[in-house]
Design a protein around this ligand. Structure first.
Ligand SMILES: [Zn+2]
Length: 190
Protein backbone atom coordinates (compact mmCIF):
# COMPACT_ATOMS: atom_id res chain seq x y z
CA UNK A 1 0.00 0.00 0.00
CA UNK A 2 2.12 2.91 -1.21
CA UNK A 3 1.21 6.30 0.20
CA UNK A 4 -0.57 4.99 3.35
CA UNK A 5 -0.12 7.52 6.12
CA UNK A 6 -0.43 7.68 9.85
CA UNK A 7 -0.37 10.62 12.22
CA UNK A 8 2.65 10.85 14.52
CA UNK A 9 2.28 12.70 17.83
CA UNK A 10 4.71 14.66 19.97
CA UNK A 11 4.58 15.10 23.74
CA UNK A 12 4.29 18.85 23.07
CA UNK A 13 0.96 18.24 21.32
CA UNK A 14 2.13 18.70 17.72
CA UNK A 15 1.13 16.16 15.07
CA UNK A 16 2.40 15.41 11.58
CA UNK A 17 1.54 12.82 8.97
CA UNK A 18 4.15 10.21 8.09
CA UNK A 19 4.24 7.06 5.98
CA UNK A 20 3.07 3.93 7.82
CA UNK A 21 6.04 1.96 9.07
CA UNK A 22 7.99 5.05 9.98
CA UNK A 23 8.08 4.81 13.76
CA UNK A 24 9.80 8.06 14.67
CA UNK A 25 10.34 11.49 13.17
CA UNK A 26 11.46 14.69 14.85
CA UNK A 27 8.80 17.18 15.86
CA UNK A 28 8.58 20.29 13.61
CA UNK A 29 7.92 22.59 16.58
CA UNK A 30 10.18 21.27 19.36
CA UNK A 31 12.52 18.76 17.72
CA UNK A 32 11.73 15.86 20.07
CA UNK A 33 11.02 12.42 18.65
CA UNK A 34 7.42 11.90 17.51
CA UNK A 35 5.72 8.55 17.89
CA UNK A 36 2.45 6.87 16.91
CA UNK A 37 -0.29 7.63 19.47
CA UNK A 38 -0.14 4.14 21.00
CA UNK A 39 3.48 4.77 22.03
CA UNK A 40 2.81 8.21 23.49
CA UNK A 41 3.56 8.32 27.22
CA UNK A 42 0.40 8.70 29.25
CA UNK A 43 0.57 11.09 32.20
CA UNK A 44 1.22 9.51 35.60
CA UNK A 45 -2.00 8.77 37.50
CA UNK A 46 -2.70 10.87 40.59
CA UNK A 47 -1.45 9.45 43.86
CA UNK A 48 -1.96 12.22 46.44
CA UNK A 49 -3.63 9.92 48.98
CA UNK A 50 -0.87 7.32 48.49
CA UNK A 51 1.79 10.04 48.94
CA UNK A 52 0.17 11.42 52.11
CA UNK A 53 -0.49 7.98 53.64
CA UNK A 54 3.03 6.70 53.01
CA UNK A 55 4.63 9.95 54.25
CA UNK A 56 2.73 9.82 57.57
CA UNK A 57 3.52 6.09 57.90
CA UNK A 58 7.21 6.85 57.35
CA UNK A 59 7.19 9.62 59.98
CA UNK A 60 5.58 7.26 62.51
CA UNK A 61 8.15 4.58 61.65
CA UNK A 62 10.97 7.12 62.10
CA UNK A 63 9.49 7.99 65.51
CA UNK A 64 9.45 4.33 66.55
CA UNK A 65 13.00 3.82 65.24
CA UNK A 66 14.30 6.92 67.06
CA UNK A 67 12.71 5.98 70.40
CA UNK A 68 14.08 2.42 70.19
CA UNK A 69 17.52 3.78 69.28
CA UNK A 70 17.46 6.18 72.26
CA UNK A 71 16.50 3.31 74.56
CA UNK A 72 19.41 1.27 73.24
CA UNK A 73 22.16 3.89 73.28
CA UNK A 74 21.11 6.20 76.12
CA UNK A 75 19.30 3.82 78.47
CA UNK A 76 21.27 0.68 77.73
CA UNK A 77 18.22 -1.42 76.87
CA UNK A 78 19.44 -3.88 74.23
CA UNK A 79 16.59 -6.34 74.66
CA UNK A 80 15.11 -8.23 71.71
CA UNK A 81 12.04 -6.02 72.08
CA UNK A 82 14.04 -2.85 71.37
CA UNK A 83 15.87 -4.55 68.48
CA UNK A 84 12.44 -5.58 67.18
CA UNK A 85 11.16 -1.99 67.40
CA UNK A 86 14.30 -0.77 65.63
CA UNK A 87 13.81 -3.29 62.81
CA UNK A 88 10.08 -2.51 62.61
CA UNK A 89 10.81 1.22 62.37
CA UNK A 90 13.45 0.79 59.66
CA UNK A 91 11.18 -1.63 57.74
CA UNK A 92 8.36 0.91 57.95
CA UNK A 93 10.51 3.58 56.33
CA UNK A 94 11.53 1.26 53.46
CA UNK A 95 7.97 -0.05 53.07
CA UNK A 96 6.68 3.52 52.83
CA UNK A 97 9.12 4.26 50.00
CA UNK A 98 8.23 1.06 48.12
CA UNK A 99 4.51 1.65 48.66
CA UNK A 100 4.86 5.15 47.22
CA UNK A 101 6.29 3.56 44.05
CA UNK A 102 3.19 1.40 43.77
CA UNK A 103 4.04 -1.82 45.62
CA UNK A 104 0.70 -2.83 47.15
CA UNK A 105 2.25 -5.44 49.49
CA UNK A 106 4.43 -2.77 51.11
CA UNK A 107 1.39 -0.51 51.43
CA UNK A 108 -0.50 -3.22 53.32
CA UNK A 109 2.62 -3.62 55.50
CA UNK A 110 2.50 0.12 56.29
CA UNK A 111 -1.18 -0.18 57.21
CA UNK A 112 -0.43 -3.10 59.57
CA UNK A 113 2.40 -1.20 61.29
CA UNK A 114 0.26 1.95 61.61
CA UNK A 115 -2.60 -0.09 63.04
CA UNK A 116 -0.30 -1.75 65.59
CA UNK A 117 1.10 1.66 66.63
CA UNK A 118 -2.42 3.05 66.88
CA UNK A 119 -3.63 0.21 69.11
CA UNK A 120 -0.53 0.52 71.31
CA UNK A 121 -0.87 4.31 71.66
CA UNK A 122 -4.63 4.30 72.26
CA UNK A 123 -4.52 1.38 74.71
CA UNK A 124 -3.39 3.75 77.48
CA UNK A 125 -0.99 1.04 78.66
CA UNK A 126 1.62 2.27 81.13
CA UNK A 127 4.54 0.54 79.40
CA UNK A 128 3.70 2.33 76.13
CA UNK A 129 3.69 5.71 77.88
CA UNK A 130 6.93 4.78 79.61
CA UNK A 131 8.53 3.77 76.28
CA UNK A 132 7.83 7.28 74.97
CA UNK A 133 8.23 9.28 78.19
CA UNK A 134 11.65 8.08 79.39
CA UNK A 135 13.70 9.16 76.32
CA UNK A 136 11.54 12.26 75.68
CA UNK A 137 11.80 13.56 79.25
CA UNK A 138 15.55 13.07 79.14
CA UNK A 139 15.79 15.08 75.90
CA UNK A 140 13.16 17.72 76.75
CA UNK A 141 12.53 17.88 80.51
CA UNK A 142 10.05 20.74 80.02
CA UNK A 143 7.76 18.53 77.95
CA UNK A 144 5.04 17.25 80.28
CA UNK A 145 2.28 16.29 77.86
CA UNK A 146 3.49 12.80 76.96
CA UNK A 147 0.00 11.32 77.59
CA UNK A 148 -1.53 13.76 75.15
CA UNK A 149 1.25 13.26 72.59
CA UNK A 150 0.79 9.48 72.74
CA UNK A 151 -2.99 9.81 72.33
CA UNK A 152 -2.62 12.15 69.33
CA UNK A 153 -0.05 9.79 67.77
CA UNK A 154 -2.56 6.96 68.21
CA UNK A 155 -5.25 8.89 66.33
CA UNK A 156 -2.81 9.92 63.58
CA UNK A 157 -1.68 6.28 63.21
CA UNK A 158 -5.31 5.10 62.94
CA UNK A 159 -5.97 7.67 60.21
CA UNK A 160 -2.74 6.68 58.43
CA UNK A 161 -3.67 2.97 58.53
CA UNK A 162 -7.07 3.77 57.00
CA UNK A 163 -5.49 6.06 54.39
CA UNK A 164 -3.03 3.30 53.38
CA UNK A 165 -5.90 0.88 52.73
CA UNK A 166 -7.92 3.52 50.85
CA UNK A 167 -4.82 4.30 48.72
CA UNK A 168 -4.53 0.69 47.40
CA UNK A 169 -6.36 1.57 44.13
CA UNK A 170 -4.00 4.53 43.56
CA UNK A 171 -0.99 2.27 44.16
CA UNK A 172 -2.37 -0.32 41.70
CA UNK A 173 -3.00 2.32 39.03
CA UNK A 174 0.46 3.80 39.50
CA UNK A 175 2.13 0.39 39.29
CA UNK A 176 0.17 -0.45 36.12
CA UNK A 177 1.16 2.88 34.56
CA UNK A 178 4.80 2.31 35.51
CA UNK A 179 4.83 -1.22 34.00
CA UNK A 180 3.23 0.15 30.85
CA UNK A 181 5.94 2.78 30.51
CA UNK A 182 8.70 0.20 30.88
CA UNK A 183 6.98 -1.94 28.27
CA UNK A 184 6.70 1.03 25.88
CA UNK A 185 10.35 1.91 26.37
CA UNK A 186 11.34 -1.71 25.63
CA UNK A 187 9.19 -1.71 22.49
CA UNK A 188 10.76 1.53 21.29
CA UNK A 189 14.25 0.16 21.77
CA UNK A 190 13.35 -3.20 20.15
ZN1 LIG B 1 7.04 18.75 19.82
Amino acid sequence: MAGAEQILHCVCGATRPAPVGMRTLSCPSCGRAMTPPADLPTPAPKRWLLAAATLVSQLLAIGLFTLALLWMIRHGDRSYLMVGFLVAGASGVFAGGSAHRGWTGALVGCAVLDLALSIACLSGAEHVKRFVAVPVVKLAPAFTRVDLAVAITGVVAAVAATACLLAIPQARRFAAWHDQRIEQAARRRG
